[in-house]
Ligand binder design. Structure first.
Ligand SMILES: NC(=O)c1ccc[n+]([C@@H]2O[C@H](COP(=O)([O-])OP(=O)(O)OC[C@H]3O[C@@H](n4cnc5c(N)ncnc54)[C@H](O)[C@@H]3O)[C@@H](O)[C@H]2O)c1
Length: 328
């Protein structure tokens, strides 16, 4: 057991976000010191409610674009040894409208942080990559080496994540996890980036019909947030003895394709909804199918996803039942 003096510190950028807040909660429960950074661009203070008062949690409202941010934090918290870098412009439409800003936050700031982490001897720098790094590659399941400099990304979001992941993986302490469609409690159904899962659940609970864009035959690889948190821990080597962080780029998903129609039906079953879904035209630019090949990450880390879609949906539903989601 770690005691107060020897607690190892973990920095989480994007700690007020959907995934970052789950990661912070888990690391605190594992007895780490957690330092969170967020500028509330898309995150919410409320996401940190369950752990904000923990004596091992320190929060700073700051942008990751701040110069020498890590140096300053390391001076204040010499225990910091791990960085989980999740802060980003996450909205694809926003990234299209604000390309320079997106590149500045998602790429340039990430490059500065990973460089600082190396100079400050951080044991591991784990980066939130994305399935968007594959662009429209039709070869499924998507393998890590399919994303290359020649990949045609469909948005500055995808491009920035690809370039950042590549730079992170080149750092000896760097690991990039290309997560597919994450869902779970605290995902904001009102956000333009919000996953279809939270939108479906919020609509079903409000007694509204589910809206399917296109014919519903599109497929996605949905992964529950606790499996993603577990993947972050495996990447950093924090749940293995001896702790040995990985290096490189790895996919994180379930390896199972689920159609939007199946998701809608399962949601209706769980919520006892009877109203037929409404169909609207497909969003231009949306990819048709997305599926992760997760064999590499499983092989190197021993990680595997544990939460089935029905169970993950039930847990998310329970949470939505206890928390009024923001208007969507
Ligand atoms: N949710 C998904 O399905 C998914 C899938 C693949 C990858 N990812 C990646 O995982 C990470 C977390 O995503 P999320 O779903 O939790 O999104 P989120 O919007 O809930 O979290 C991102 C957080 O970063 C913060 N942030 C943004 N710009 C910042 C800045 N300049 N300085 C400090 N903080 C800033 C936001 O306020 C927010 O709290 C992101 O990097 C995202 O690209 C998410």
């Amino acid at each position: 057991m770690q005691n107060m003096r020897t607690k190892v510190g973990c920095l989480i950028t994007g700690a007020a976000g959907f995934v970052g807040s789950h990661l912070a909660e888990c690391l605190l429960a594992m007895n780490f010191q957690v330092v969170g950074i967020d500028n509330f661009f898309s995150g919410r203070r409320d996401n940190m409610r369950s752990f904000a008062d923990s004596r091992d949690f320190y929060f700073y409202e700051a942008s990751i674009t701040e110069r020498n941010l890590m140096r300053k934090l390391k001076r204040w918290h010499p225990e910091l040894r791990y960085c989980f870098h999740l802060a980003a412009v996450v909205s694809v439409p926003y990234s299209v409208e604000h390309e320079d800003e997106t590149m500045g936050i998602n790429l340039t700031a990430t490059q500065a942080l990973v460089k600082e982490s190396r100079e400050l001897d951080f044991t591991a720098f784990v980066f939130a990559g994305s399935a968007a790094e594959y662009g429209r590659d039709p070869r499924l399941p998507l393998k890590e080496d399919y994303a290359t400099a020649a990949t045609r990304h469909t948005s500055p979001y995808g491009r920035s994540k690809f370039l950042a992941s590549r730079d992170v993986a080149q750092s000896p302490n760097g690991i990039a996890l290309r997560c597919f469609n994450i869902y779970g409690p605290r995902q904001d159904p009102a956000s333009p980036y919000s996953g279809v899962v939270s939108r479906f659940l919020a609509a079903a609970l409000a007694g509204q019909s589910l809206t399917i864009l296109g014919d519903g035959q599109q497929t996605r690889d949905f992964i529950y947030v606790s499996d993603v948190v577990d993947a972050y821990l495996h990447a950093a080597g924090l749940n293995r003895r001896p702790a040995s962080p990985l290096n490189g780029v790895y996919n994180v998903g379930t390896g199972e394709a689920v159609s939007i129609l199946t998701l809608a039906r399962t949601t209706l079953q769980l919520t006892n909804g009877s109203e037929a879904p409404a169909f609207l035209p497909e969003r231009p630019g949306d990819i048709r199918h997305s599926l992760a090949d997760i064999e590499q990450f499983k092989a190197v880390s021993g990680w595997s996803p544990k939460v089935s879609l029905p169970l993950g949906l039930r847990k998310t539903l329970e949470w939505f039942g206890r928390h009024t989601p923001p208007e969507c």
